[in-house]
Design a binder for this molecule. Structure first.
Ligand code: C5P
Length: 406
């Protein structure tokens, strides 16, 4: 329940993307938020207020002169005490009104009278988005501190292809959740590895493991939500890239190794979450191995993969390195031993009794100050705690540098 006790006013302006807002209300409510929907008159032409009333469990407001508000001040009352005003979809007309302080209906008046942050998810045809007038308005809104979420590029309802499509409901929710996170890593650059690697035996077979990538993806998201610029080098997983994160897709350990070395310079933090295969077949076969063609079963000769984390930690000017130790027994002993052998300041121990891949996890952090257990929780909650620990370590390292006069 990441939005428990949060009050969100969801403004809906006139655009076909209003159909996605129904799903957005469902997701916001599911995350624990109390959602008050306010629609422009044009929005009600696309989806009726009844839909949003049913999904939010609250009457929907569309009219400045609504007599249900006793003092006739719906524009003040509705956003009072709100944690955020989110307008999705925000049409070109809506952005223009917001940028210039127009207040000729309930939604625009409410936006002008608000005390809370404003986030907008633009949705319009490509030409309308690219029009210099819209771009001017977006620049004005940004300079006023309004957060612009999206838009996405892709196929549009009008049949065209290009920028202007509203983000999907889950991406808008992710952006709102990010908005509420403390910016502990603002200005920092974070590089991560995540997922399994796949080591080819022949063109159709290989060696891999059951890492789902979820813990690494949760950490990438948490770091990005905390304000960092995040690059995620990911092995093959069935997960979509977290909002705001740059992903580099790789398959084998050697590809992951090459991508990390290409990217690592100028990063403040390197977090190795990937379950990298320890060994790979010496040379993948060019043709598929055929059953019955050999007199005896084929043998696969393996060679050790490079230790990506170990190499990064041994660089002349390494980023702050964080490793993972997934163990099936003796977690404390093995994790601490690993931390010392790889010479890294922080290792995250993970007892994999239940195997890989669940939504929850139990972790123990090991650093110079000792161990710090993180009780069982959803992976994103653990990821946010890990990010807080990393931010504290960065601060103390910066302090050490300053006091050493470096
Ligand atoms: O050496 P071991 O595999 O036990 O250490 C696990 C940690 O090292 C994890 O953080 C993992 O991402 C990283 N690792 C790596 N390259 C390898 C093997 C492990 O970066 N080849």
């Amino acid at each position: 329940m990441e939005l428990a006790a949060r009050r969100v006013v969801l403004g809906i302006s006139g655009g076909i993307a209003a159909y996605k807002s129904a799903e957005l209300v469902r997701l916001l409510v599911g995350a624990g938020a109390s959602v008050q929907v306010v629609m422009s008159e044009a929005a009600t032409r696309f989806v009726t207020p009844v839909t949003f009333q049913a999904l939010s469990g609250k009457p929907v407001f569309t009219d400045q002169w609504d007599t249900r508000v006793a003092n006739n001040m719906a524009h003040i009352d509705l956003s009072r005490g709100a944690d955020a005003l989110l307008i999705a979809p925000a049409s070109a007309d809506c952005l223009a009104k917001l940028a210039h302080g127009l207040a000729d209906d309930l939604l625009s008046t409410l936006a002008l009278a608000r005390e809370c942050p404003l986030l907008v998810a633009p949705a319009m045809n490509r030409q309308m988005w690219e029009n210099p007038a819209t771009q001017r308005n977006v620049t004005l809104l940004r300079s006023d501190g309004v957060e612009i979420i999206g838009p996405a590029t892709g196929e549009q309802a009008c049949g065209e292809n290009g920028p202007g499509r509203m983000l999907e409901a889950d991406e808008i929710l992710a952006a709102l959740l990010a908005h509420f996170q403390p910016k502990l890593l603002r200005g920092r650059r974070v590089l991560l590895t995540a997922g399994p690697t796949f080591e080819a035996i022949d063109p159709v077979r290989g060696i891999s493991n059951l890492s789902s990538g979820r813990m690494g993806y949760a950490i990438a998201r948490a770091a990005s939500d905390a304000g960092a610029q995040v690059t995620l080098v990911s092995g093959p997983v069935a997960l979509s890239c977290p909002y705001g994160v740059r992903r580099i897709a790789v398959t084998s350990a050697l590809e992951m190794h090459a991508a990390v070395h290409r990217e690592v310079a100028d990063n403040d933090v390197f977090i190795a979450v990937a379950a990298v295969a320890d060994y790979r077949p010496v040379k993948p076969l060019a043709e598929k191995i055929k059953k019955g063609m050999q007199t005896s079963p084929p043998t696969i000769t393996l060679v050790e993969n490079p230790d990506i984390l170990g190499e990064v930690a041994a660089l002349a000017r390494p980023p702050l390195c964080v490793g993972f130790a997934a163990e099936s027994e003796k977690l404390h002993e093995y994790a601490e031993r690993k931390r010392r052998s790889k010479r890294i300041p922080l290792i995250v121990g993970n007892l994999i009794g239940d195997g890989f891949g669940g939504d929850e996890n139990t972790l123990v952090l090991f650093d110079d100050e000792g161990q710090h257990p993180l009780p069982k929780a959803p992976k994103i909650a653990l990821a946010r705690q890990l990010v807080a620990r990393i931010s504290a370590l960065l601060e103390s390292l910066a302090w050490q540098h300053r006091s050493l006069g470096a």
